[in-house]
Design a protein around this ligand. Structure first.
Ligand code: SAM
Length: 252
């Protein structure tokens, strides 16, 4: 978990690439700096991971954006097996060098695989646009088994910002409020189990745990979805934002 001081740069500076790409480039170049400034999880994050471990027991958790891998190590000490992933080569290499299986996975475009007992993303989805975030909620729902769990944390607030804290390089953050998070979760097949407001060192956070709802799902391009129709399992977005045609996928 990280805490950053927020710059007052506006949310849409004219970088030469999409905000998510600029952010990933910064992590790639600043992975060592991030590692040095990101200690293992403290009491509050450990309690959150304990909550997840109690739900998953000895099941498998897909971790999105593992970064240095502190949370995965703690979670595995509690029983679950963790599939470590990140979109940044430097973090995946670090995890592999430490003896953990790990793979490159960009949550914006890559398939999650599954089914897993849970999907976890601690301080990761805050780097997505609102549209990308909602897309991930739907694909995470399709990547979990019956009664699967989703656990993620985001920063609480309004709008979006760039920050050079920690890395000295630009990272983009999208802020969330409880009501919009609840609506997005419920619309994408998740029943909220807990949504906690957590005081950070610099900014407030929202810690969310949700469980897959009971509604039936089927595979169909996301754009075909009618309001109130069954939950669908969209394929991953392809680079450039184009969605691959719907193919066979796991279905509960
Ligand atoms: C603030 S760090 C959190 C790392 C770790 N989860 C933790 O709590 O220590 C954000 C992580 O998200 C990863 N990340 C950012 N954008 C991503 C994307 N599009 N797909 C996958 N990982 C991403 C970064 O590489 C970084 O490891």
């Amino acid at each position: 978990m990280e805490n950053v001081s927020v710059s007052d740069e506006p949310g849409s500076l004219p970088y030469d690439a999409p905000a998510g790409d600029v952010t990933l480039r910064s992590y790639e170049a600043g992975a060592d700096a991030y590692l040095q400034q990101s200690p293992p999880p403290g009491t509050r994050v450990r309690a959150y991971l304990d909550q997840l471990a109690d739900l998953v027991v000895a099941g498998t958790v897909l971790e999105l954006g593992s970064g240095p891998g502190w949370d995965a190590a703690y979670l595995e000490s509690r029983g679950p097996r963790v599939v470590r992933t990140d979109a940044v080569n430097a973090f995946v290499d670090l995890l592999l060098a430490a003896g953990h299986p790990a793979r490159l996975l960009d949550v914006r475009v890559d398939d999650f695989g599954g089914p897993y007992d849970a999907v976890m993303a601690n301080a990761v989805l805050l780097h997505l646009s609102r549209e990308q975030f909602v897309d991930v909620l739907g694909r995470a729902r399709c990547a979990v088994a019956h009664h699967g769990v989703l656990a993620f944390t985001v920063k609480e607030g309004d709008g979006e910002r760039w920050s050079r804290a920690k890395l000295g390089l630009p990272r983009h953050f999208t802020y969330w409020r409880e009501p919009e998070l609840r609506s997005a979760l419920e619309a994408n097949g998740w029943q909220v189990l807990s949504l906690e407001h957590v005081t950070g060192r610099v900014e407030p956070w929202l810690f969310v745990v949700a469980r897959a709802d009971e509604k039936p799902r089927r595979v169909r391009p996301v754009t075909d979805r009618e309001p109130g129709s069954p939950m669908i399992c969209p394929p991953a977005l392809k680079p450039g934002g184009r969605r691959a045609s719907a193919g066979p996928s796991w279905s509960s």
